[in-house]
Design a protein around this ligand. Structure first.
Ligand code: F6R
Length: 601
C-alpha cells in the first residue's frame, strides 16, 4: 500500500515526472498525495488530501525529487498527514510505505528532545529520528575522510532503520547532498537506471519510460542514489555490494488504457489473450507444479480475497480432475493452521502482486517448517516470487485496476492445467481451456453485454444482492459477490446454494436480486431447485448458464466449457460489477478504502 517514487538526475528532470509516476502508482493508495523537490535554496513541498488532480501547478526541472500516494494507516486523511514529511531543519524529506510499530515511544522521546511534529503519522518520526542521528554524526565528523562524510546519510538511515519495528519501505531525500537513500523490510522497493538518471519506486511499472534496467532491493540492502549513479550497501555492515541489474520488461503499451475508459474493463477484456498466453507459454510450469504436488505429502493453496477464492476453486479442481485432496486456506488464517506443516508439505501461494503481507507471512511460516513453496504470481521480482522455491508467472501483464480480474482467471487456468497433468489427462485440460478462451470471447461479445446492461439497469438502486453456486461454481459465487461489493458498494453475498435453506433464505424478500451460476455439471438440478426456492419467495433470478431454465427471470447465456466453467462464468459477473459502478457514478478502478497491494496487516 502507498506508492512511492523518487529520482536523481545529473542533467535535471521535470518534477512533473514524479506526478506522472504517482498517477501510475495511485492504485496502491489514493487518500492523499505529495511531492518534494530541491531548488537552489531549499526543499519545496506540495501535498494535499484527496486524489491527484487532473492538472497540477507548473513545476520546474530539478536534480532530485520524490513523491508519495497514500493509503492511510496511522493518522487521518489530511493535508498535514500527506507525505513527504520533513525534519525540523527542512533538509530531509521522507516518504514511507508501511507501519512503524513502535512509533509511540519514539515520538515521545523525540518530542522530549525538542522535535516539533507537524502531523499525526508514524512516518514523520523517521525524518526526526534521522535528523537526530545526523546531528550527532556531524558532531563526531571532525577528521572524517571524504568517503565517510559522503556516507553519513546512508549510515544514519541504516541506524534509524534499526531503531524502528515493522514492515517498512522508505525513500529519504537529503537536500544538501542531493542524495536519495532507499531502504526496506518486506515492503517492496525497486531501483532503476536509465539515460536521464536513477530512479526508485515501490513498483516497477512506475519506472516504465525512465529505466532500462532495474534491481529489486533486498531486505539487507540499502541503496544510495546520487548524481554519480546508484550504489548498493549491506544494510547491516555498510559494506558496498554489486547491483545485479535485470532488464525492465514492462512496456508503455502494457500500462496504458489502450482506448478503454477504465483499467477494469480493459483488463476484463484482456482475459482471453491471457489464457491463450498461458496455453502457449506456461505448460511446462504447470507440469512442474503437478510434479511438486505429486511428490508432496499435504498441499495447501493460500491466498487472500480474490486469490483466496482462486485457491478454493483450485481445491475443487484438484478433487474432481485429479482425485487429489488439496487444502485451500485464506492466507491471513494460515498461521492458525500451519501446525501440521512438515518438510514434505507443499504450500502454493496465489498472489497477483506478490506483496500481500499475509501471503508473505504464510510463505515464511512454510519455509520455517521446511515445506516447499511454490507461487503463482503475476509480478515477477516481487517478494513472493523471490521467496518461493518455484514461481510460475501468471503472464497476465500489469493489473492496474484495484479489482483483480485477469490475474484470477490466469490462476484458475494454471491450476486447471496442473490438475490435468497430475491426472495424466493433459489433452482434456488443453481442450477445455481452449474452449474457455472462445467462451470468454462470447461472454465479452455485444449480445452478452446487452443482457448484462439490462440487468445493471434493474440493479442500479439495489441495496442487496445474493449470488449462489455449488461445487466448482461456489467459489465463483463468492468472487462475483466480491466484485460487486468492491465496485458498486452494493451489499452482495455469495453462498453455496445448499446453504440457502439453513438460514440465508430468511433474507429473501420481494424483488431480492439473486445471481445463480448453473453450468451443465452435476450441480445443475440442485442449484436450480435453490433458484426456484428463492424465486417462489419473491427473488428476482439472473441465471448465468449455458441453458435457459424456468427458474430464471433473466438468462445470461455462457458457453459450456466443462471444468473450465469458473473461467467463463465469472466474466458476466465482472462485467456486471463494472456496468453497475459506472451507472452508480463510482470510479471502477479506485474503490473507496481499498488499495491494490495490501502490504500492511
Ligand atoms: C479483489 C482483490 C483483492 C486481492 C487480494 C490479494 O478484487 O483485488 O481481494 O485479490 O488483496 O491480492 P494479491 O493477489 O496481490 O495477493
Amino acid at each position: 500500500m502507498c506508492g512511492i517514487f523518487g529520482f536523481v538526475s545529473a542533467t535535471g528532470l521535470p518534477v512533473r515526472a514524479v506526478v506522472d509516476a504517482l498517477r501510475t502508482l495511485e492504485y496502491r493508495g489514493y487518500d492523499s498525495w505529495g511531492i518534494a523537490y530541491s531548488n537552489d535554496e531549499r526543499l519545496i513541498v506540495y501535498k494535499q488530501a484527496g486524489r491527484l488532480p487532473g492538472e497540477v501547478p507548473s513545476l520546474p526541472s530539478t536534480s532530485v525529487a520524490l513523491g508519495h500516494t497514500r493509503w492511510a494507516t496511522h493518522g487521518g486523511v489530511s493535508d498535514e498527514n500527506a507525505h513527504p514529511h520533513l525534519d525540523c531543519t527542512e533538509t530531509l524529506a521522507v516518504v514511507h510505505n508501511g507501519i512503524i510499530e513502535n512509533y509511540h515511544p519514539l515520538r515521545q522521546a523525540l518530542e522530549a528532545t525538542g522535535h516539533r511534529f507537524r502531523s499525526t503519522t508514524d512516518s514523520e518520526i523517521f525524518a526526526h529520528l534521522l535528523e537526530e542521528l545526523l546531528r550527532r554524526s556531524e558532531r563526531e565528523a571532525h577528521g572524517a575522510t571524504p568517503v565517510e562524510s559522503e556516507m553519513r546519510v546512508v549510515t544514519a538511515v541504516r541506524h534509524a532503520f534499526e531503531r524502528i519495528r515493522g514492515l517498512n519501505a522508505f525513500i529519504i531525500m537529503h537536500r544538501p547532498s542531493r542524495q536519495l537513500v532507499a531502504i526496506k523490510s518486506t515492503s517492496p522497493l525497486v531501483i532503476g537506471i536509465g539515460r536521464a538518471g536513477v530512479f526508485v519506486s515501490s513498483d516497477a511499472i512506475a519506472l516504465v519510460g525512465h529505466a532500462e534496467r532495474i534491481y529489486y532491493l533486498r531486505d539487507d540492502d540499502v541503496a544510495l542514489l546520487s548524481a554519480e549513479g546508484p550504489r548498493l550497501f549491506d544494510r547491516c555492515t555498510g559494506e558496498p555490494r554489486p547491483i545485479r541489474w535485470e532488464p525492465l520488461t514492462v512496456h508503455p503499451a502494457d500500462t496504458s488504457l489502450g482506448g478503454y475508459p477504465h483499467y477494469l474493463i480493459k483488463e476484463i477484456h484482456e482475459q482471453p489473450r491471457v489464457i491463450e498466453r498461458i496455453l502457449r507459454e506456461r505448460l511446462e510450469s504447470a507440469h512442474e507444479l503437478a510434479e511438486l504436488i505429486a511428490k508432496s505429502y499435504g498441499t495447501f493453496l493460500v491466498g487472500c480475497g480474490t486469490a483466496g477464492y482462486a485457491a478454493l476453486c483450485g481445491s475443487y479442481l484438484f478433487s474432481r480432475i485429479a482425485r487429489r485432496h488439496v487444502n485451500a486456506v485464506i492466507a491471513s488464517e494460515f498461521k492458525y493452521q500451519e501446525h501440521f506443516l512438515t518438510d514434505r508439505s507443499l504450500v502454493i501461494a496465489l498472489t497477483q502482486s506478490g506483496e500481500t503481507v499475509d501471503v508473505i507471512e504464510a510463505v515464511q511460516a512454510a519455509k520455517r517448517r521446511g515445506a516447499t513453496v511454490a507461487a503463482l504470481v503475476n509480478v515477477m521480482g516481487s517478494t513472493v516470487s523471490r521467496l518461493a522455491d518455484f514461481a510460475v508467472p501468471l503472464s497476465a501483464g500489469p493489473e492496474q485496476s484495484v479489482l483483480s480480474t485477469k490475474a484470477y482467471t490466469a490462476k484458475l487456468a494454471i491450476l486447471l492445467l496442473a490438475a490435468h497433468f497430475l491426472n495424466g489427462s493433459e489433452h482434456v485440460g488443453l481442450d477445455v481451456l481452449w474452449r474457455a478462451v472462445e467462451g470468454m470471447e462470447v461472454a465479452l461479445a455485444p449480445a452478452t453485454l446487452d443482457r448484462i446492461r439490462a440487468v445493471a439497469d434493474r440493479l442500479v438502486a439495489a441495496e442487496h444482492c445474493y449470488v449462489i453456486g455449488r461445487g466448482l461454481s461456489y467459489p465463483t459465487a463468492l468472487e462475483a459477490a466480491l466484485k460487486i461489493k468492491e465496485a458498486t458498494y452494493i451489499h452482495a453475498e455469495g453462498f453455496a446454494g445448499g446453504e440457502l435453506k439453513h438460514g440465508v433464505i430468511a433474507l429473501i424478500e420481494d424483488g431480492s436480486p439473486c445471481l445463480v451460476f448453473s453450468p451443465l455439471d452435476e450441480t445443475r438440478p440442485d442449484i436450480l431447485s435453490g433458484a426456484m426456492e428463492v424465486r417462489s419467495r419473491g427473488g428476482w433470478i439472473v441465471g448465468i448458464s449455458p441453458e435457459p431454465d424456468e427458474a430464471f427471470d433473466v438468462h445470461v447465456p455462457v458457453a459450456d466449457v466443462g471444468d473450465a466453467s469458473p473461467l467463463v462464468s465469472i466474466v458476466p459477473a465482472q462485467l456486471l460489477a463494472y456496468e453497475l459502478a459506472v451507472r452508480r457514478g463510482f470510479d471502477p478502478d479506485r474503490p473507496r478504502n481499498l488499495a491494490k497491494s495490501v502490504t500492511v496487516k
